[in-house]
Design a protein around this ligand. Structure first.
Ligand SMILES: Cc1cc2nc3c(=O)[nH]c(=O)nc-3n(C[C@H](O)[C@H](O)[C@H](O)COP(=O)(O)OP(=O)(O)OC[C@H]3O[C@@H](n4cnc5c(N)ncnc54)[C@H](O)[C@@H]3O)c2cc1C
Length: 434
């Protein structure tokens, strides 16, 4: 039995989840101990895999395990941008061939379309909004150069992009902080914890979801034995969709690192303060540099996300002070710069942005390495992983299988040294984009 280590235990609740009514976690342990399929991790990837398996094989019995409660993992603590980007904001980075980018966008578009269909079919109340301004905004000359280069790329891919000058940005976002922007490849904005809950609460019959259940060990081959805090389960096949935590199973151990990033919500703002956040009732702003700051005007509040730390979550006071400074820099006129909720979240980063996807060995399937934009990408990867396991064939799946996996990373302590040095260097480069 290989040990899987422990699941993320965050220092604070997700602000998004805290704004929703209380929810009763699925903790009814099934009487059956043996399942055809067990899925480890009920983020967007695991939820999509579970749903698709049952769609393809109607009498399939799936046990879906999650160490946390729905809405509290990374899937419920992100910024809710549903992007079809192949790598925004650095779509102008090296290695993005046109053909690759277009195929990648088609893949993600299929994930977005499926999510939209599920939200409509199950009437999931997650503030799904399309057509809200979602702008990649630059504050510096270097940032502007990068965003303009991104725009040229989009044009080469036949993606039309609206431009925003500083005055338009001031009007839309309510801040003179930014000098240039383009409409990003965000196709919808959502309340992520509500979306995550809605998908989990509307799983098809045939999927048993068990929350607060951590898989601590997994045997090598079929039938797989899984040790959990709720006893042992046995499965003919196992799906690993627990992102970074797949490492302790030996999967992608030398190809993924964990980076924490941080979000905060102001309290509900009054009308005058909301007017100070621009004329649009809601908007999203993505940074021109990957170490930059994301913001949203949503739910009568401002959301701000920024900061990066290697493998360890910073203490909440440090995070609060950092995010307060970034908020004040952008909106000096606000009456206060207080936050009601501050939280951290873990992302699994690979050196080349690639996922580890496929059958690892007979009966063991994995899709991990979701990075910082995994809501839609995790969804489509989970769906395709189920199709792979069921022997389905499609252009999307063969495109996905033809993509490269993540690059090798050096072992510790060199990995830590390299990653922390790169974070510090890129944060410096990001300058006022932070
Ligand atoms: C602050 C922040 C902002 C972000 N903003 C965006 C955004 O705007 N748009 C976007 O697309 N993406 C964004 N992301 C990234 C996005 O949240 C992730 O890419 C996405 O959640 C990945 O989905 P997943 O299902 O692959 O993994 P996860 O969401 O990490 O789900 C994995 C699940 O596995 C469970 N697990 C772990 N170990 C075990 C175990 N041993 N046993 C059982 N269960 C286990 C965890 O509890 C977790 O629920 C953001 C992330 C953060 C942190």
């Amino acid at each position: 039995m290989k040990s899987l280590g422990v699941a993320p235990a965050y220092r604070s609740r997700s602000g998004w989840n805290a704004l929703l009514p209380p929810r009763i976690a699925g903790e009814q342990v099934p009487t059956a101990r043996r399942f055809r399929t067990v899925i480890i991790g009920a983020g967007y990837t695991g939820l999509a895999a579970a749903r698709r398996l049952v769609e393809l094989v109607p009498d399939e019995e799936v046990l879906l395990l999650d160490a946390s409660t729905i809405g509290e993992g990374a899937s419920g603590r992100n910024s809710g941008f549903l992007l079809i980007n192949p790598g925004e904001p650095s779509a102008n980075a090296a290695g993005f061939t046109e053909d690759w980018a277009i195929r990648q966008m088609a893949l993600v578009q299929a994930g977005l379309d499926w999510l939209r269909l599920l939200v409509r079919t199950h009437s999931i109340a997650c503030d799904w909004e399309e057509g809200v301004p979602a702008i990649t905004a630059a504050a510096t000359a270097a940032g502007e150069k990068s965003v303009r280069a991104t725009r040229s790329r989009y044009e080469a891919w036949n993606v039309e992009t609206q431009e925003f000058g500083s005055e338009e940005l001031r009007r839309t976002l309510g801040t003179g902080y930014y000098r240039y922007g383009i409409q990003s490849l965000t196709r919808a904005l959502v309340q992520p914890a509500a979306l995550h809950r809605g998908l989990a609460d509307n799983l098809p019959a045939g999927v048993t979801l068990l929350e607060n259940t951590t898989v601590s060990a997994l045997s090598d081959g079929a039938p797989f034995r899984l040790q959990t805090n709720r006893g042992e389960f046995v499965a003919d096949r196992v799906f690993i969709t627990n992102n970074l935590h797949a490492r302790s199973l030996g999967i992608v151990r030398d190809r993924m690192i964990g980076i924490y990033t941080y979000g905060a919500f102001t309290p509900e703002l009054d009308e005058a303060q909301l007017n100070d956040l621009g004329e649009a009732p809601g908007w999203g702003a993505l940074p021109a540099h990957r170490m930059g700051t994301t913001m949203r005007k949503t739910m009568g509040r401002l959301l701000i996300r920024s900061g990066d730390s290697y493998e360890r979550e910073l203490d909440p006071d440090t995070v609060r002070a950092m995010l307060t400074r970034l908020y004040r820099n952008r909106f000096p006129r606000m009456r206060t710069h207080e936050f009601e909720h501050v939280w951290g979240g873990l992302t699994a980063i690979t050196q080349n942005g690639a996922f580890a996807f496929g059958q690892i060995r007979p009966g063991l399937f994995a899709s991990v390495g979701c990075g910082g934009a995994g809501v839609v990408r995790g969804t489509i990867h989970g769906k395709l992983l189920a199709e792979l396991a069921c022997g389905s064939q499609s252009m999307l799946l063969s495109d996905r299988l033809n993509q490269a996996g993540p690059n090798w990373l050096p072992p510790e302590p060199f990995r830590r040294f390299g990653a922390t040095a790169q974070i510090a260097w890129e944060q410096w480069l990001a300058g006022a984009e932070r």
